[in-house]
Write a protein that binds this ligand. Structure first.
Ligand code: PSU
Ligand code: MN
Length: 307
């Protein structure tokens, strides 16, 4: 008999899942490694409050002393937001980190894997990981993509940041069988900017349409992949284009100059964005995450109405 996986599901989340009520999974790497302290804790709480406003239950995923947690309590959220020794955990790290007994934050990959494993159908995040620029030489492609290819969950995001090779990321999502729909748009969003410059095949306009597409995906049962819902930042809220392009170029230079590799690449680029835009990117980032949490909660509510 294989051992029971040590996943602690918060009582409120467990009860909601058992009753078929809406639950939204949330990731913790965005909090520990994606946003600067101390704003990150307030943002984490705001994301949960946004989900609750739609009468859905938030389930932030993370690891505490080697235990998987789905539905962090407030003091646990505080720990992952504040401590400096929180490990960024992708899927491959989870069992090793569990055995080591560490505190860790889960990425899009590991959050969706754990959330789907306990029966959560919707997940809200900021931006997906993807194919990095120069991946033809470095092979740097986020495990988010391959994990989403085998993880049935709806992921609401604002596309991917232009720190990545957006075109290559879309090609990989196609290859991997991951559905991508624009929310109210046929253009793939570029996180800080409304339009990344790339077209999408599908556009859906309401949470009900997304829930119906997901129901069909599950009923056909021929593809165990995720469905990515790309929710663009409103044009009036996007980051100034010139500022964006300048800071991006600097960030890429820093990564090359300092020889940053592996899982450090994304956090280093994100931290540069936040420090170099004097808070402008943070404000946009927060707006995006809250909008995604709101949409994900509406999708979860629509799913719960007609499971
Ligand atoms: N992209 C963002 N913000 C983030 C991340 C990505 O715009 O916070 C985080 C997410 O947790 C994502 C992870 O799953 O980085 C991807 O890291 P990597 O590129 O090392 O796979
Ligand atoms: Mn990488």
């Amino acid at each position: 008999m294989p051992p029971e996986p040590r996943i602690r599901v918060h009582e409120e989340v467990r009860a909601a899942l058992a009753a078929g009520r809406p639950v939204v999974a949330l990731e913790s790497t965005i909090i520990s490694h994606g946003l600067p302290k101390p704003d990150n804790l307030a943002v984490a709480r705001d994301i949960e409050a946004t989900v609750r406003r739609q009468d859905a239950v938030p389930a932030t995923v993370g690891m505490l002393r080697g235990e998987f947690v789905v539905g962090l309590a407030d003091d646990e959220l505080e720990r992952l937001a504040g401590a400096d020794d929180v490990v960024k955990l992708s899927v491959r790290d989870l069992p090793i980190a569990a055995a080591a007994g560490v505190d860790g934050a889960t990425t899009v990959a590991s959050t969706s894997a754990v959330a789907a494993a306990v029966g959560i159908g919707v997940f809200a995040t900021g931006g997906l990981g993807g194919v990095h620029r120069g991946a033809a030489e470095t092979f740097d492609e986020s495990a988010d993509l391959t994990t989403l290819s085998r993880t049935p969950i709806v992921v609401v995001c604002a596309g991917v940041k232009s720190i990545l090779d957006v075109g290559a990321t879309l090609e990989r999502l196609e290859t991997l069988g991951v559905g991508v729909v624009g929310y109210g748009t046929r253009r793939f969003p570029g996180f800080y900017v409304t339009d990344s410059g790339f077209d999408l095949d599908w556009r859906l306009d309401t949470p009900e349409q997304i829930a119906a597409a997901w129901r069909a995906h599950r009923e056909f049962a021929v593809n165990e992949a995720a469905l990515v819902v790309a929710n663009p930042v409103p044009p009036e809220d996007q980051l100034d284009r010139d500022l964006h392009d300048r800071v991006l170029a600097e960030g890429l230079e820093i990564v090359a100059r300092d020889g940053v590799t592996g899982k450090e690449v994304t956090p280093v680029l994100l931290a540069h964005f936040h420090s170099a835009t004097a808070g402008a990117s943070l404000a946009t980032n927060v707006r995006i995450i809250l909008a995604n949490a709101d949409l994900a909660a509406r999708v979860a509510v629509a799913q719960a109405r007609r499971p």
